[in-house]
Design a binder for this molecule. Sequence first.
Ligand SMILES: Cc1cc2nc3c(=O)[nH]c(=O)nc-3n(C[C@H](O)[C@H](O)[C@H](O)COP(=O)(O)OP(=O)(O)OC[C@H]3O[C@@H](n4cnc5c(N)ncnc54)[C@H](O)[C@@H]3O)c2cc1C
Length: 414
Amino acid sequence: MKQDPHVVIVGAGFGGLEAAQRLSKAPVRITLIDKHNYHLFQPLLYQVAIAGLVPSQIAYPVRTIFRRQANLEFRLGEVTHIDFDAQFIQLDGSVIAYDTLILAVGGRTDFFGMNSLQEHSLQLKDVESAVDTRNHLLKMFELASREVDAQKRRELLTFTVVGGGPTGVETAGALAELINLVMVKDYPSLDLKEVRVIQLEAADHLMESFPEKLRKTTVDLLRKKNVEVVLNTKVVDFNGRKITLGNGDSIDTRTMIWTAGVRAEKVTDTLAAEKGRGGRMIVQPTLQHPDHPQVYVIGDAAFLVDENGQPLPMLATVAQQQARHAAGNIRRGLDGRAPEPFTYKDPGLLATIGRNAAVARLWGISFSGWPAWLIWVGLHVYRLIGFRNRLVVILNWAWDYFFYESQVRLITKE
Ligand SMILES: Cc1cc2nc3c(=O)[nH]c(=O)nc-3n(C[C@H](O)[C@H](O)[C@H](O)COP(=O)(O)OP(=O)(O)OC[C@H]3O[C@@H](n4cnc5c(N)ncnc54)[C@H](O)[C@@H]3O)c2cc1C
């Protein structure tokens, strides 16, 4: 008996998950592969870093998600090589052949070749890096609480966030709130005047993709929360104790959270493909590999420009829309129809800068403050996978909101 075509999807992130779900009724056998056994809701990773949520509240086991999908099998493992000509992938010593491949491996932090930054800074890209960041931040307070030397104490209590995109801004705002509303209670001897949260950005504005008015609002909201916003300033070195800036100035600090760059995941480095900015694989408008039409690349790993010649941003919404489109093109192919080009429909922009504070551009309107914050909360809870996670997160946030607390102030490893 002839078997259904085999679709291999690498990556159970936003793109891979959506593609697998969209192919649930198609006459195909799906193998979904990921190096983690869970899907991670990355937009809330910063909440793990600032001790607001635990990882299990923003991650969900892939096998549970697909329990009822009969045409899908999940494989845990890291894909290390793909042979586009012979149509197979290699993972942890085994080989899996495919008829169609969807590559949805996402991105990783880009340090633009600056090794000292990579070695000493904290990141927000996966569960491990977010937990490391939380442990580090909390430890700085412990060390500061017993440090008698004022200069050393200030160094321990200076926190820098590099990169003024939504991730950096959300982290800086939430960190300032954690310090001003929660840590002051745990460390009654803490002098808030000694604490600094610094947001560094190389451009002359924050929030590149947002309209001018909201960029300014973001700066105002951060400053209101005592975040020092430093624009037009590049970081050139960090040795773990001192940040050196492009203008020759320096900042004494033990903490630098780097959110300034993302590039395609490392497996894409080994693949035969033309690359765009950030090592992302250039795809046809149909999302297919230019030389291998049976290979679709979607999400952060793919490079495609919009009708204005601008690269599509590395966003969950792009990955999900591309996933739906790639699944549609695969179904078209099964019916003998030609694939169609992808167009991104921008659903708007949203970022939070702490309690009651957010900026939004939705339905063509720019607004900020409490209404934007409420939409942000609702949307993020809604987009989490699993009713239990939604319930726990909403209870957690409500508790923190009313009692000025944060749930997870645990240092779990040295
Ligand atoms: C801190 C942070 C905040 C963000 N905030 C927002 C936001 O507010 N709104 C928004 O729209 N976007 C946001 N993003 C961006 C968004 O998360 C990404 O654009 C989106 O995750 C991309 O989806 P993807 O499917 O391409 O990759 P991912 O969702 O990253 O999934 C890739 C998957 O591939 C797996 N994988 C990678 N390499 C291999 C391999 N070799 N073998 C097997 N498996 C592999 C990974 O484990 C992962 O599960 C944020 C990102 C971060 C890091």
